[in-house]
Write a protein that binds this ligand. Structure first.
Ligand code: ARG
Length: 289
């Protein structure tokens, strides 16, 4: 079975409001036609790179007035055929919940998901953007402190019956875990230390041996190249620094860099434009290919 990845068609993507420090509506509206065309081209390039790496894509339609639906990583957390729908902290994105709920029910009806669950009302949690499965270690890493509440973490752990290790995000620039933290298929963890509280850095360092920790600078994280999709040894990401590219290539990864600038104007890139649907916890601890 090929890896299954959900994406949202970018027809309704634009940058209209500011809910994270990267968002630049003025830059978007300075050239809406050019940006729309560039966004379509960037989205097509990402979809092409994922297919090239072996993925099968499920593509949802977007919706007018909901530009950030193009980031389905925030729609739900998915593992073992179960999807736990997110609850958005920002009012701008809350209307996405009903759209994604319907879409996930549709996936369930088609047998692509077995169970769709909901968080208690008011328990904000922005899906896989803040809850990343570590296939090598067999647990989630769960961001909180910016968009997602710490109180959501035990809910996630209970729903999936798997451990979720809390990581406190302390900087508004790194508002979702997936912009500053990326577990790789070989067991390495690529992360920006400045995004985390001291206790959470301790948790990362306790669980990931020094030889597997790859630290990125704030500038590198600001390129959104930590927001990467890993498929086997392929890493699909926004343009990276030469330094990170060399480190990753040296670890045996095939780094596929794309120009995702139109989406970076909204504060997102490759990982958050996708949601992996087929991950199974039983694949955990499988020796790296
Ligand atoms: N404009 C979106 C927001 O601020 C970008 C979300 C990107 N998603 C992510 N998982 N980092 O909500």
């Amino acid at each position: 079975m090929p890896p299954q990845i959900l994406m949202t068609d970018p027809a309704h993507f634009e940058v209209d409001y500011v809910i994270n420090p990267w968002m630049r509506p003025a830059a978007w509206h300075g050239d809406p036609e050019g940006n729309r065309a560039a966004a379509r081209a960037a989205w097509d390039a990402l979809a092409g790179a994922l297919r090239q790496a072996g993925a099968a894509l499920e593509v949802l339609p977007g919706a007018p007035g909901l530009p950030d639906m193009v980031f389905p990583a925030n729609a739900a957390t998915v593992l073992d055929g179960r999807a736990l729908l997110s609850r958005f902290a920002c009012p701008e994105r809350r209307p996405e919940e009903a759209r994604f709920r319907a879409a996930f029910r549709g996936l369930q009806a088609r047998g692509l998901l077995e169970k769709v669950g909901e968080l208690p009302e008011g328990v904000f949690q922005e899906g896989a953007g803040d809850c990343i499965w570590d296939a090598q270690r067999g647990h989630f890493w769960a961001g909180h402190g910016q968009r997602s509440l710490r109180a959501a973490i035990p809910e996630v752990a209970a729903f999936f019956g798997r451990e979720a290790v809390p990581l406190e995000l302390v900087s508004p620039r790194f508002y979702h875990l997936d912009v500053c933290f990326c577990p790789l298929p070989g067991g390495e963890v690529l992360y920006h230390p400045g995004a985390f509280s001291p206790a959470s850095l301790g948790a990362i360092r306790d669980r990931v041996p020094a030889g597997l920790r790859i630290e990125a600078t704030a500038e590198e994280a600001g390129l959104f190249c930590l927001n990467a999709v890993a498929i086997d040894r392929n890493l699909v990401m926004a343009r990276a620094s030469a330094r990170l590219r060399a480190i990753l290539a040296g670890r045996g990864y095939r780094v596929v860099e794309l120009d995702l600038a139109p989406f970076i104007l909204a504060g997102g890139a490759a990982f958050c434009m996708t949601l992996r649907l087929d991950r199974r916890s039983a694949e955990a601890l499988r020796p790296a290919a």
